[in-house]
Design a protein. Structure first.
Length: 64
């Protein structure tokens, strides 16, 4: 008599694509301007954060 046990493992392949075309995997987090974002269940979830007011006269916004 042969006994066997099988187990199935489900692998989630969820990822997020931002409006800018960047791809993030499930659980990844990133900073996007004045938002903190993370990837959850294939959806981009973001919250607004308070950005400090620049003290210089001609501020430059960098993408990073």
């Amino acid at each position: 008599r042969v006994s066997s046990t099988s187990a199935s493992v489900t692998v989630s392949s969820s990822f997020c694509l931002t409006a800018g075309g960047r791809r993030f995997e499930e659980g990844d987090g990133w900073h996007d301007g004045c938002r903190d974002c993370y990837c959850h269940a294939g959806r981009e979830m973001c919250v607004l954060i308070t950005c400090p007011v620049p003290t210089c006269t001609h501020p430059v916004l960098r993408p990073d």
